[in-house]
Design a protein around this ligand. Structure first.
Ligand SMILES: Nc1nc2c(ncn2[C@@H]2O[C@H](COP(=O)(O)OP(=O)(O)OP(=O)(O)O)[C@@H](O)[C@H]2O)c(=O)[nH]1
Ligand SMILES: [Mg+2]
Length: 284
């Protein structure tokens, strides 16, 4: 099992869990729905574990944003991370309104998915902090990427937006059992390696399978084109065009958002945090 940091719970250690029986269910039973669960899927090696590690690193415990000194700060709450006010030290939210990644949002079929909630207003110091982290040249505060290992099983990581969000990464090699976890899912992160066109057709097939899965018909979906820091003979736009992504978005029942990111440099992580906040806002 790989352990991306934070709360990593090996599949075999989960109560009642087997390969086809995720958390909360008896063997072979339908998995229990978990509020605030976000699935993180994608082919092996696309960068899912590093993304999760970066989302944790972006919220260092016990200190406010650099250069801050205002009333806002990052803090750790038990196993969770979030930002808080001095007056109200409980986690109150996480998210930003930076457009570091692309924000193309598909509408999907009308009436199937609720529209995203408006983002909570964020203090300028938080925006400044995330602007520092999301440097294009990879020389921001994130530092060198921590090592990752192939995820054989699942990793669970909790963060706090308006409320707790559990990100469940399923290893790319676990593709055959991904459907066992769709019942938990109200929000889906799907990652593509933008530096590896040879993997694109496989990723497209996976994406189409996800979008056509009945349990995911109402899910909010964020497609991440990762590793945009690497040079490639094909641009990200060409890759999107090659798989006819605009058509996929137009035909999907889900509300789909697309972002170009780099888990290595931090580019676009602000967009991911914003999406997580929007899709897991109060009342969802
Ligand atoms: N250059 C670059 N490398 C990245 C990026 N994201 C991840 N990587 C690297 O890609 C490799 C695989 O990353 P992982 O996060 O382990 O991939 P994964 O999707 O979790 O893979 P599985 O767990 O096997 O499904 C690691 O060496 C990462 O450091 C990125 O944005 N840019
Ligand atoms: Mg992994």
């Amino acid at each position: 099992m790989s352990s991306p940091g934070g709360e990593a719970r090996p599949m075999a250690a989960e109560p009642g869990a087997g390969l086809a029986s995720p958390r909360g269910g008896a063997t072979g039973a339908e998995p229990a729905r978990v509020a605030g669960m976000c699935l993180l899927l994608g082919a092996a090696g696309v960068g899912k574990s590093l993304l999760v590690k970066r989302l944790q690193t972006i919220l260092p415990a016990g200190r406010g944003p650099r250069g801050g000194g205002g009333a806002w700060g990052w803090a750790r709450f038990g196993g969770h991370l979030g930002w808080a006010t001095r007056d109200s030290p409980e986690a109150v939210g996480v998210g930003v309104a930076l457009g570091a990644g692309e924000g193309a949002r598909g509408s999907g079929r009308p009436g199937r998915s609720p529209p995203p909630l408006p983002a909570a207003p964020l203090p300028a110091v938080v925006l400044d902090r995330l602007a520092q982290l999301s440097s294009q040249d990879g020389k921001g505060d994130l530092g060198d990427p921590p090592p990752t290992r192939p995820t054989v099983g699942t990793n669970l990581t909790d963060i706090v937006a308006h409320r707790k969000i559990t990100i469940r990464e399923l290893g790319g090699c676990m593709g055959p059992i991904w459907p066992s976890y769709y019942g938990d899912c109200r929000a889906l992160l799907f990652m593509v390696d933008a530096s590896n066109p040879t993997q694109l057709s496989a990723s497209c097939t996976q994406l189409l399978g996800l979008l056509s899965a009945e349990p995911l018909a109402d899910a909010q979906v964020l497609i991440l084109f990762n590793k945009t820091d690497l040079s490639c003979y094909m641009t990200v736009e060409e890759m999107k065009s090659l798989i006819r992504l605009p058509d996929i978005i137009a035909c999907a029942t889900q509300t789909i958002t697309v972002a170009d990111v780099s888990a290595r440099t931090g580019t676009g992580l602000a967009t991911v945090l914003q999406w997580l906040q929007d899709t897991h806002g109060a009342g969802r």
